[in-house]
Design a binder for this molecule. Sequence first.
Ligand code: ARG
Length: 461
Amino acid sequence: MSDKPWSGRFSEPTDAFVEAFTASIDFDQRLAQQDIAGSKAHARMLGRQGILSDDDVSAILSGLDAVAAEIEAGKFPYSVALEDIHMNIEARLTERIGDAGKRLHTGRSRNDQVATDLRLFVREQIDAILGELARFREGLANAAEHEADTVMPGFTHLQAAQPVTLGHHLLAYFEMADRDAERLRDARKRVNKLPLGSGALAGTTYAIDREWVAAELGFDGVTENSLDAVSDRDFAVETVLACALVMAHLSRLSEELVLWASPQFGFVTLPEAFCTGSSIMPQKMNPDVPELVRGKTGRVNGGLIQLLTLIKAQPLAYNKDMQEDKEPLFDALDTVRGSLKVMADMVPGITFHREAMRTAAAAGFATATDLADYLVRQGVPFREAHEVVGGAVQAAIDRGCDLADLDLVTLQGFSGAIGEDVYDVLTLDGSVAARDHVGGTAPDQVRGAARRARKRLGGGS
Ligand code: ARG
């Protein structure tokens, strides 16, 4: 028991099950590199402030490098008895360099230490996720430009509603992903504050230089209140919330791809490298990737609720509850990063079946609104026009044809305001081309929107 750094006031050993129950080393070893970076900055600051001797500082720095190399090589002897990554590294350092290792923890607590490590980790993950998000958006903008003229049925209630261009549909996902990136960049601002120097809860009696450490570790500044700094996990909640919205958006796209890849829709073929077969039904090519992404959304939503529940009603300041922040946070970050990577890789490989989309758009009376708008332009009040078109749709249903297949005499039977030029608006291309304003589905608008989308990407992810 003497190997525990806090064993001084104890006379009985820790219960064996309690030791395993309270340990976090199995999962917080992922923070090793951040812990070492934080410790090196702390040690150098202590040296600069004359709190540690130059000899001690250089022994600590090279000792920590050696420990980092051991970890990298997979040779680090992790110990459950040493509870967490912080005490494991410190004990190993002391084993290697002796007394200087015992001086590293001067002016610091594991409470401000773990908060620092976690913020460094989350910052790195946000940057990696932003990179994947940028690739994903780029793929969407490229595909949108290619498919600016492709007409498909736009849906509401999953019923054919009005024709849209596929490029327009794809750019809707670009917008979602763009907001996701903005949300993550915004969360990052609050992640990127240095809590080190807050000590256990009240600060420290040493003449430390927090600003220097912050600059050294790439933080934008220091946290303002020590009690808040050791007990704040809002930054983790915010980041996971942003991740949950990423997953919500990916799950919507996934759902559409699963539907569209079915023979009943036949709108897309997913790249074979992203599909799997069935062990019993030889004809199958299953859209496993979007299905799994859709399914993984629940992990991130679960993590968000875990974290919100974790911080609820905890008294100030640090409580051991906080140790439970890591697994949901790590899992959410891993899940969103992996899901974005696989979707970004898959999007450029999707084959869009333009004819099938056009046929589906033509079959669903999708230009009914255009006919109503046509009548309004002839002076018919909209509500009356709506009624007239309803009658025409019913006639087309009875004859098993589309609106554009009804002859002029039949159409004029519903309204005298209808003229020969009505067929211009009843075609799919006429319908989409007419929605020619910013935010509309007209092919020219989509090309402009795709160009602007790419420009927004160029201005930083
Ligand atoms: N393993 C702990 C955690 O993850 C580190 C901080 C422990 N501090 C303490 N006073 N027990 O939160």
